[in-house]
Design a protein around this ligand. Sequence first.
Ligand code: ATP
Ligand code: MG
Length: 287
Amino acid sequence: MPILEIKNLTHTYGVGTPFRRSAVEDVSFAVEQGEFLGLIGHTGSGKSTLIQHFNGLLRPTGGQVLLEGKDIWAEPKKIRAIRFQVGLVFQYPEYQLFEETVYKDISFGPKNQGKTGDALDHAVREAARLVGLRDEQLEKSPFELSGGQKRRVALAGVLAMEPKVLVLDEPTAGLDPAGRENLMANIREYHRNKGTTVILVSHSMDEIARNADRVLVLKAARILMSGTPAEVFARAEELLSAGLDVPQITRVAMALRNRGVPIDPAVYTVEALEKQLLALKRGGAPC
Ligand SMILES: Nc1ncnc2c1ncn2[C@@H]1O[C@H](COP(=O)(O)OP(=O)(O)OP(=O)(O)O)[C@@H](O)[C@H]1O
Ligand SMILES: [Mg+2]
């Protein structure tokens, strides 16, 4: 059974007003336990609206969200419990930090979950460690930290609840390249070590290419493509005409193909491109 299943989900904003608009329209897909799913799409394609349904922040106007086979809205009074199981880190989460110290901010979620004493302390320190925050930073005000460190605090606050599904909305947007790679390395490590299901929304195709097992592409409120990174990025022309980017290596491979070099369209990593070029150089067929 998939851990999360989205069935014919529709979300219409402004029902009953002249501004009525469906931001998600009849979207269906399933996410398997332990999977790392990438979600991409042009600005305004509905990514943030879609993922806010996964933990019940938004209620579908149509369709269902099933967590481990159960409709999360079956008992609306229990929706708060869903927020502990599906942890959502918002787009620009640094604006949601509000406590006096980093420690208190990270403990907000697990405290609400009912954790106290040593169990609470352990959850906070373990989450801080996972995102690379040092002990002395825990007593600082979150407002004294850099943008990248604030992101880490927000992520730690969600990890401290040990969610079964971790949903990240553009976690690295606005960070410098080193900060991005560092934060993604923490997320990768967490995914690998805990086997948690991760859903990552990103504008960076390279980030998706490097991390996701499977990619969903949204276009104008609907799913345009779904597949492994190799399957999706092999359709580079379609992605580009949908106003999306492709990984840098895919661009290089496209340019080479346009010059008559027989490179496989599914190449999207440096390693795969190197392998193909070496095979061509040796005169063999590309593998
Ligand atoms: N609270 C809201 N009320 C009305 N319309 C909204 C609301 N939030 C989003 N929208 C509209 O819904 C559509 C989808 O927005 P959404 O934020 O889900 O897109 P997105 O793919 O996350 O975009 P981005 O890449 O810029 O973050 C857009 O047209 C947006 O203007
Ligand atoms: Mg968004």
